[in-house]
Design a protein. Structure first.
Length: 235
């Protein structure tokens, strides 16, 4: 079942003029950030790693400017936003529900990563003010995400809460899959003994703490994630 969809028009990656435009959008935001916010965050998390890291400060700045309703000078990230789609290619990013799980479908072969990230951010900027503020913060969380764009990412995006993810119709079996992945047990295919879980939790908690090299911005989210994963595995 299709839950959310974003169409981005863009110039070819090798074209001398770099352009981007928004196409059809289906971005529901019920129970914020909603399926639309999860999709936009997923697009940003999926493609940001393929971008030049020097562009990251401008990405964060752009989310703030759009959040505040400011006029955006063009071009940004070396691309110009326009309304006209003549001569541009189209790529569609989707969020589905399959067997009770949220599944991303990314179309990546026709455009550049900057175009898809810009499309997601500009699409968030089209939302009403109340929704826009939440979705922009969701996008900023996605920009800080360093792992795979899967169940653990969705839990991170929604605050690491099984109940909040459940409100977006993820299957009841998914929290266990997510918890195993967060704790690094996903390759086992089963829940390990409680003693092993506790030992792994302490090790990962220490690594996540800023005093031991963990990133200050991500420490709170990571610690919340680890605690929720431990709770699920010990239940």
């Amino acid at each position: 079942m299709l839950l959310a969809e974003l169409e981005v028009f863009h110039s070819r990656p090798i074209a001398p003029t770099r352009r981007v435009a928004l196409g059809q959008m289906n971005l529901p935001t019920d129970t914020l950030p909603g399926h639309g916010g999860v999709l936009l965050g997923g697009v940003v998390a999926r493609f940001k790693g393929e971008m030049d890291p020097d562009l990251y400060p401008d990405i964060f700045a752009l989310t703030r400017e759009l959040d505040y309703g400011m006029r955006i000078p063009q071009p940004r990230l070396r691309h110009r936003l326009q309304q006209d789609v003549v001569g541009l290619s189209s790529s569609v990013q989707r969020l589905h529900q399959s067997n009770g799980e949220l599944v991303f479908e990314f179309e990546a072969d026709k455009g550049a990563p900057e175009q898809f990230v810009l499309g997601a951010i500009y699409a968030a900027g089209e939302l009403p003010k109340k929704e826009r503020a939440v979705i922009m913060e969701t996008i900023r969380k996605s920009l800080r995400w360093m792992g795979p764009v899967g169940p653990s990412f969705i839990f991170h995006l929604l605050g690491g809460s099984a109940s909040s993810v459940g409100s977006l119709s993820i299957g009841s079996g998914d929290p266990l899959v997510w918890a195993l992945e967060v704790m690094g047990f996903d390759e086992l295919g089963e829940t390990p003994e409680k003693k092993i879980i506790q030992t792994r939790f302490r090790d990962l908690l220490r690594d996540a703490h800023p005093d031991h090299g963990g990133a200050d911005d991500d420490a709170a989210d990571r610690i919340t994630e680890l605690r929720e994963a431990r709770r699920i595995l010990l239940t």
